[in-house]
Write a protein that binds this ligand. Structure first.
Ligand code: 2PG
Ligand code: MG
Length: 431
């Protein structure tokens, strides 16, 4: 059945950091509504789609009136009457209307809000959940969640150099159980922080504020939290890191302020290798800076058999970069963030490129989020086996975890859980 776009309206709403964000509503001629809110990063890669902000004095220059006007003006006009189920055709119109490599004319925050709202409207018009609309009858797998326990880097004013100290539960039997285990680890970590006199609130994504004397101290406490909660490290609950090295590394130098060290790429890899040897780490995102492809290659060749090597700022959800990374063996997994590209079609292309090259993927939220749960549907509907959303507190995060619980319930007995699947080729999970 055809469902044509009748109207598109955008407005300014507010994100989890109290900053302006673009929300778009797409309404079909039959009255179906699709709604989405653009997220926003803090540790952004230089090749990302542009988050269009107004500048000036108001709200620290972060207002989005220009991006909202893009939607209400040229985008609404160009898409009126378009078939809402034709995501690729609609995204092509958005790309052509913008005409720049980084969506700098309309704003990537304008285009991604519309692109996601279109998908929601199409699903609503068909009367099915978005994950089902995207994946059809073949969909059956819930992704392995990566959940932040301590936040650092750009999300905690640089209090620690490393950005995300996360846990994964490859030994859990279901998504719901992975959340139960994480809840216990989070609670145990809070108890340990309190006992050590280090409980000091939370960072941007809701993980504990990292009041540690070194980056490694956080790893030690996280491992103890896993054990105190009663789980076997590695096998049941393991550690996943987002080093976000572009935040402290440039031109081949890595300055770990908390540790007082100034390293070259080889030195940085040595530090990470030490941590990987001493703690139950199974995944490392952006171990080197976005400008350090040879560093990535060296890291992957030395440690890729042990840990998953993820490119975020390094790949910026770009299908062409994913292909190069696979060919050059720079990393084995792509972080998939819709607003790094600005349309769902281009985002999906990065995942398809990864799949074709035998690489893995993780659908990811941003540090600036909202109640929008689109990424959960993308992960399930596209069959991406991992999902990164931030911590296990604050409702912009919990809205997404809770949405995944509902999807798992809707799938009923046919539901599968990715579990350790993403790590099967790695040393810690080899039989
Ligand atoms: C990342 C994300 C989420 P940001 O680096 O992976 O942790 O952060 O949205 O600030 O880029
Ligand atoms: Mg990252």
């Amino acid at each position: 059945m055809t469902h044509r776009i009748d109207s598109i309206v955008a407005r300014r709403v507010w994100d989890s950091r109290g900053r302006p964000a673009v929300e778009a509503d797409v309404v079909t001629s039959g009255g179906a509504l699709g709604r989405a809110i653009a997220p926003a990063g803090a540790s952004t890669g230089s090749g990302e789609a542009l988050d269009r902000r107004d500048g000036g004095a108001e709200f620290g220059g972060m207002d989005v009136q220009g991006a909202v006007a893009s939607v209400n003006g040229p985008i609404a006009q160009a898409l009126r009457g378009a078939e809402v189920g034709d995501q690729a055709g609609i995204d092509r119109i958005l790309i052509e209307l913008d005409g720049t490599a980084e969506k700098s004319k309309l704003g990537g925050n304008a285009t991604i809000a519309v692109s996601m709202a279109v998908a929601h409207a199409a699903a609503a018009a068909e009367g099915v959940p978005l994950w089902r609309w995207l994946g059809g009858d073949a969909v059956d797998t819930l992704p392995l969640p990566e959940i932040q326990i301590f936040g650092g880097g750009a999300h905690a004013a640089g209090r620690l150099d490393i950005q995300d100290f996360m846990v994964v539960c490859p030994g859990a039997a279901s998504f719901a159980q992975a959340l139960e285990w994480t809840a216990e680890v989070y609670r145990a970590a809070g108890g340990l922080m309190k006992d050590a006199g280090k409980l000091a609130g939370v960072a941007d994504e809701g993980g504990f504020w990292p009041l540690f004397d070194s980056n490694e101290e956080a790893l030690g406490m996280l491992t103890r939290a896993i054990e105190r909660a009663g789980y076997r490290p590695y096998e049941q609950v393991a550690i996943s890191l987002d080093v976000a090295a572009s935040q402290f590394g440039k031109d081949g130098r890595y300055r770990l302020a908390r540790d007082g060290s100034d390293l070259d790429a080889a030195g940085m890899i040595e530090v990470l290798a030490g941590w990987i040897g001493r703690y139950p780490i199974v995944s490392v995102e952006d171990p080197l800076a976005e400008d350090d492809a040879t560093g990535f290659q060296a890291f992957a060749s030395r440690l890729g058999g042990q840990v998953q090597v993820v490119g975020d700022d390094f790949l910026v959800t770009d299908a062409a970069r994913v292909k190069t990374a696979a060919a050059e063996k720079q990393c084995d997994t792509v972080l998939v963030k819709p607003n790094q590209r600005g349309t769902l079609t281009e985002t999906r292309a990065a995942w398809e490129a990864a799949k074709a090259a035998g690489m893995g993927a993780i659908v990811s939220a941003r540090s600036g989020e909202s109640e929008d749960t689109t990424i959960v549907h993308l992960a399930v509907g596209w069959g991406v086996p991992q999902l990164k959303v931030g911590s296990f507190t604050r409702s912009e995060r919990m809205a997404k975890w809770n949405e995944a619980i509902r999807v798992e319930e809707q799938l009923g007995r046919s539901a599968r859980f990715a579990g350790a699947l993403p790590y099967r080729s790695k040393a810690a999970y080899r039989a």
